[in-house]
Design a protein around this ligand. Structure first.
Ligand code: PAF
Length: 295
């Protein structure tokens, strides 16, 4: 098992990547905030399938956290992350500190305007601007051929796809289906902060999304009816504090009148932990097949 090369500065990383490129190797990037789990490793495995050299960035990006959000308590474990990266064949880890990424206050930002203020962006003002800006920086630093993101963070993936098109980044973007625990809860670095009771109760989220999928498969087309169904299922769990349930167009997250290809997006708090999840749903005639990874 070969340990990845750990780079802390942009210059070190670029020197390592130049050598890879001279060798004609295709570079795959998996941007992360660390505390890696099975969900991240599914992204790494996908990156390994489609590239020769996998780079994982580990950077808890302060600009995507608002005041009072969980930046200071966001879990970190570089040692554990490196062991997982080694096991999954990652060649290079880029783990800069904040001063390396933001040596001076940023005067420049990237914002996908139609997506940044809606849904999670309405609850977390500035979040998607922070995400788009740091991902644009990582794309410029690494210049990967392909970058891999999780479908769990659906609005983030839609934002990055749009940014890549708008700004003509010549980078292929791949989305990977959500990895789930046996009870269906989406793998997330935040799950470790759930109490045992909340962790058990959080299974209500995938259960509600399953119900939405079943309803659409049986012919329900009304987005409001699906939203009401999901809310009712989650509300039956007293520990769950629903922050949002939305049924939107699967591609651009715009509002819809009838479900053809849609996505159900939920955010639910358990204690002070905000969990997000999503499920693509499609009417039987829209012919969309979803694959998700369960143990
Ligand atoms: O999904 C994440 O972990 C982060 O939002 C990302 C894409 C690494 C940007 O900081």
């Amino acid at each position: 098992m070969k340990l990845p090369l750990v780079t802390r500065t942009i210059a070190e990383l670029r020197a390592a990547l130049n050598a890879e490129r001279r060798g004609g190797r295709r570079i795959g990037l998996v941007p992360t905030m660390g505390y890696l789990h099975r969900g991240h490793m599914a992204l790494v495995d996908r990156a390994r399938d489609v590239s020769d050299t996998v780079v994982v960035s580990i950077f808890v990006n302060p600009t995507q956290f608002g005041p009072g959000e969980d930046l200071s308590t966001y879990p970190r474990d570089l040692h554990g992350d490196l062991a997982l990266c080694a096991r999954h064949g990652v060649a290079i880890v880029f783990a800069p500190d904040v001063a390396e990424m933001y040596p001076q206050p940023m005067e420049t930002a990237v914002e996908v305007t139609s997506l940044s203020g809606i849904l999670i962006g309405a609850q977390r003002p500035g979040h998607f601007r922070g995400v788009a800006t740091v991902v644009a920086k990582l794309f410029n630093i690494v210049a990967p051929d392909v970058a891999v993101f999780g479908e769990k963070d659906y609005q983030q993936l839609a934002t990055i796809r749009r940014m890549v098109r708008d700004l003509s980044f010549g980078i292929e973007i791949l989305g990977v289906p959500t990895v789930r625990d046996a009870d269906g809860l989406a793998a997330s670095s935040r799950n470790v902060r759930l109490s045992a009771e909340d962790r058990r109760a959080a299974a209500v989220i995938p259960a509600a999304l399953d119900r939405a999928g079943d309803a659409v498969a049986r012919g329900e087309r009304d987005p409001h009816a699906i939203e009401a169904l999901v809310r009712a299922v989650i509300q039956a769990e007293p520990r769950a504090d629903i922050r949002s349930v939305d049924v939107r167009d699967a591609d651009d997250l715009s509002e819809i009148r009838s479900v053809e290809r849609a996505v159900v997006l939920v955010t639910v708090r358990f204690g002070d932990v905000l969990l997000i999840d999503q499920r693509e749903v499609s009417s039987p005639d829209a012919g969309m097949i979803r694959r998700e990874v369960r143990p």
